[in-house]
Structure formats: C-alpha cells, structure tokens
Design a protein around this ligand. Sequence first.
Ligand SMILES: Nc1nc2c(c(=O)[nH]1)N[C@H]1C(S)=C(S)[C@@H](COP(=O)(O)O)O[C@H]1N2
Ligand SMILES: [Mo]
Length: 524
Amino acid sequence: MTKQSTTIASATAGALAGAMALAAGEFVGGLAAPTPGPVTAVANRVIDNAPGWFVDFGKNLFGLSDKPALILGTILLSVILASGLGMASRRRRSVGVTGIGLFGLVGFLAIAGDAFGGIVSGLLIAGTAAAAGILTLLVLLDRVQPAGSVVQDEQTQDAPTDPAASRRSFLGWAGAVAALAAVGGAAAQGLRGRSSAAEARAAVTLAPVVTAEQVATDVADAQANPIAATEGITPIVVPNDDFYRIDTALPVPQVDPKDWNLTIRGMVDRELTFTYDELLDRATTVAPVTLSCVSNQVGGNLVGNAVWQGVPLIELLDEAGVQSGATQIKSVSVDGWDCGFPTDLAYDGRTALVAVAMNGVPLPIDHGFPARLVVSGLYGYVSATKWLKDIELTTLEDFDGYWIPRGWSKLGPIKTQSRIDTPRNGSAIPEGTETAIAGVAWAPNKGIAKVEVRVDDGPWTEALLGESLGDNAWRQWYLSWTAVPGDHRVQVRATDNTGETQTEVQTAPAPNGASGWHTVSVSV
Ligand SMILES: Nc1nc2c(c(=O)[nH]1)N[C@H]1C(S)=C(S)[C@@H](COP(=O)(O)O)O[C@H]1N2
Ligand SMILES: [Mo]
C-alpha cells in the first residue's frame, strides 16, 4: 500500500472498530432491554446533565427530533474519533487499544448511571463493546500493514508483498466487518422492539363512561361549526398521532401494566397502591384539556388539545389522606423523571386527572402509557408526568422537579396565548380575495373570552369564536379579511375569562413561558 492509502485504510479500520463496538454494545444492550445500549445511555446522560440552554438549543434546532439527532450525533462523533484512533494506532497499537478502552469506560459510566441500567449490565455491555472494538481494530490494522511492515521498502525485498493482494485482503475484511456491524445494529433494534408495551396496550378495555357521550356531542358540535372547516386551522381535538411530544425519555419506557402500579406516598395518612385494573375501573371522568409545553414559542406548535379519560387526582389523594403541611405534589415516572406543583392547585377546582386514555383510546406509549397526569392550566414540565409511577406528597421547599435547577421557574401556570394558523407567515394572497384569518387561542382553566385581530396598525377587530369545549380547552377563532394590495402584518391577541388580555411584551420561553402577540407577514 502507498503511504496515503495506508492512512486511509487505518482511518477506515478505526472507524469500523468504533462501529463494531457500538453495534456489539447495542446488541448486548438489546438482549438486556429495557437496559439501554451505550449510544442511548450516553445520549441519556447528555440530556440529564446538559445545561438548559443546550437542551433549548437542541429543541430549537431540531424541534421534536432533538433526541434522534442526539443519537445520530453520538454515533457520528464516536466513529469520527475512532477513525482518528485508527490513524494514531499505525505505529503503536496501544494507542488504539487504550482509546477504545476509554470509550468503553464512558459507556460503562453512562449505563451504570441509567435508570434502566446498573453496574453489572454496564460492565457486560461496555465490556463486550470495547472487546469487539479492540479485536476489530487489531485484525484490520494487521491487514493494513502485514507483520514486518510494508512501509520500509528495504524489508520487502526478500519477501515482496503484492500491494494489490494486500489491498484486496484489507477490503475483504473491512467489508465483512461493516456487514457484521450493520447486522448487529439491526438485530439490536429488533431485540428492543421485543419489549414493546404495544401488545399489552392493545388488550386494554376502557370503562364505558357517561360523560364521554356529552363530550363527544360537544366535540361533534365544534367540528360541525363552519369555523372548524377553515382550511389550515388546527383541529379542535388534535389526533393522537399529530399531538406534540416532549420528554427526556430515550428510549420511551415500555411498561407492561401487569408489572406496574401507582403508589401515593409521602405526607399522607396511608400509603396507597393502585393496580392498572383498579385505575381503569375508576377512570370515569372525561375532560378536554389543552396541554402546552413551556418551551413553546409564540406561534409554535408545542401545544395541543385532547380529550382525556382518567381518575380525578384529588379522589385518590383524599383516600390517602393528605397531611397538613404537604404543600407540594411531586410525581415521578418509571424512568425517574420528576416534577411538582403546589397541592393547593389540585384542590382549587381545576381538572386534574390521573389519565389512562387520550382521545378515546388507551394512552399512546409516547404519551405515557399506562398512566399520566394531566393538570389543566399548568405547563407540562411541572405537572404532566407520563409513565407515572409515584405520587408523593412533600413540601415546596423539600423538592424541585427535573427542570427547575435547569433554569425554569418553580411555578408553571400556562400563559394565555393565541396563534394564527392561517394565513401562514410569508404567504402571498391574491388581491381582493376574502381571506380567512383563523387559528386557536387557549387559557386552560380560565377559558377564552375573546380573540381580536388587527392588520397593520388598524383597529383590533373581534374574531368569531368556535364552539367551546369548556374552559380547559383551546378555542378556534376566525375572521374574514378582504385582502388589499401591499405587505401586511397580521396580529392576534386573546383575552381570558378573568378579563386579562395577553401581553404584548415579547419574552423567550425560559424561564416561565413565551409571551407576546403572534404576528404573521403576508403580501397581497
Ligand atoms: N416522564 C416524563 N413525563 C413528562 C416529561 C418527561 O420528560 N418525562 N415531559 C413533560 C413535558 S415538559 C411536557 S410539555 C409534557 C408533554 O406531553 P406530551 O408529550 O404527551 O405532549 O410531558 C411532560 N411529562
Ligand atoms: Mo414541556
């Protein structure tokens, strides 16, 4: 081989060793599911320990695919670093062996620290990964430079190596390793699918609920309203598949309800445990509630309205007997995410559910199967624990939820907001056409009283409101506008039932939710 092709081959050997290590680790991790493989575990630790700005940056750059992006980034970075190790190992194999060993250590620490991991699984998974990586590196490097080395021409005189043959040999081995890594990675994915809760979820029967009929009628009325037919408007009830998703879970917890229960503990008179079937039996409250993420931008889509079915939270709390001084309701998910909100809020009359169903079907796995909290008027990060495991009564001083030390406010009331769904920002509208300006407005727990629209610096004009699904749900709104030539700015603002009009002051999502009027520019 020439010097240049030796360099390329060494880098390739390193990269393949990295890929092989990851594939082997993911494969063993897959056997041990739900224990994560090294890639997922490292990504989990990044999410856990990342400062708020980094997580925000990821959310802004990749939107809802920030987690897949992080996984892909972890893989790419590992392979790139490993190719560097390959080049550095040409002269001294110990460099590559040590380097891959260090990778293994990082993987071990990540798995050992994972909610679904541990020291033993960490040793097994990271150990296998490192061993596979080191073996691959040594085998491939030997194919780059056969023993005795071909770099010094003198030495090749009596035992000439045929460069074409050695290249073929290297390429053959490299191809075999690449194929093996690909098969291993794919098999790991398959093993993970095995632990899916999908089957258990499909077997669930929800309690028949009287109030469900009333809600269904209200939804049907709202959908029959002409406003709902406006092209481009968000549906009053967002289908589960389209509902925004935000969580730190990687991968999504797969909970089999027969191995699961919900505990209510802490500052209560009696600790209580509920099985899934007990909750299903009691899940007879149905309510439309709009959920929003605190990191939603003005005009953003991290907000949605769904019809939830569940058990009123205070019914369960009262049975457990909340002790005086228990000022905070903390909740924890099966994967260790947590949050909390003031106990008073659960008792102020708002809708707060331990929900088991979303839009008439058992909670989708992504949205918290088998059970989650839904609390009207509070952002998800302080209240809406998915894959719920524990509800603990504590004090406001004694506990801060996951996002609080990461720069978000302790209290998370949802700000009154409105959004223009149509026309889209930057759209061109033919002159003189009757144009629909329409969207949604929400002030969960308070209710929307009025929505106003203005074009440029014109007067605020009241929009028509769609049918109400109650104060917890967002409301569709509509205004017809005759497009006049020129570039225009369309703005919206909502007023809630407390009489408060949403503020014009623009703030970023951190620390307690974005504010400001949604504005779109159109040209006629
Ligand atoms: N277990 C768990 N529950 C969680 C979260 C999480 O990261 N883990 N994120 C919360 C946040 S920030 C929001 S906005 C809502 C989003 O719920 P959704 O994904 O069903 O829309 O879930 C909340 N519940
Ligand atoms: Mo959120």
